[in-house]
Design a protein around this ligand. Structure first.
Ligand SMILES: [Fe+2]
Length: 195
């Protein structure tokens, strides 16, 4: 989607890391320095991919912009743009990878499934620009994020599925109700048959 030298090199490094690793944890450890470098570089992401989206699948004007997607859906890179005060639904990802903050600050709430039908808020963490974490489900896979900065926050997600197009889950934290959830991307349609 976004074809630049920086991104091509990053994706090349990620693919090499995954090929050389025996486990997701090892792959993430190998990807970390490249991901940190990407978050620290203020030039590679065009403004167009840092814009909110009024009609988004996430609601609240939250934009999810696809930057790269592997042909077989085994890897995707996208920016998530959350306007000040807006928050995502509570959702999961169903794939391992790395997530980090490129602009602004966010609060993240991590939930665990306490039982059949209930969710428990397990951890709350504040993220600031440049912070990132490794995500290896099921650990910490259910969360929501809210922008706490006066400026729109932009986070960068590298995940080993086609996150915007796969069917995953959104949760009502009060009732524990789970619904099928496909966020989509602002700039790319998902294949119809997947729905
Ligand atoms: Fe998320």
């Amino acid at each position: 989607m976004l074809d630049t030298a920086v991104l091509r090199r990053f994706i090349g490094d990620v693919r090499a890391a995954i090929a050389a690793a025996h486990t997701p944890a090892e792959a993430c450890a190998r990807i970390r320095p490249h991901f940190a470098e990407l978050l620290a570089d203020e030039r590679w992401l065009p403004r167009a991919y840092q814009e909110p989206a009024p009609e988004s699948g996430m609601g609240g004007g939250i934009g999810q912009w696809l930057l790269y997607r592997a042909g077989d859906g085994s890897l995707s890179l996208f920016s998530l743009v959350v306007p000040p005060g807006a928050q995502t639904p509570v959702h999961d990802h169903l794939a391992w990878g790395l997530v980090g903050l490129y602009r602004g600050t966010q609060d993240e709430e991590i939930y665990s499934t306490a039982g059949e039908r209930s969710l428990e808020l397990r951890e709350r963490r504040a993220l600031t620009t440049g912070d990132f974490y490794v995500l290896i489900p099921p650990q910490d896979d259910i969360h929501r994020v809210r922008t706490t900065s006066a400026e729109t926050s932009v986070s960068i997600h590298l995940l080993t599925n086609d996150t915007g197009c796969v069917w995953r889950h959104a949760y009502d934290p009060e009732s524990g109700h789970v619904r099928p959830f496909r966020s989509g991307y602002v700039n790319v349609a998902c294949e119809e048959e997947a729905g």
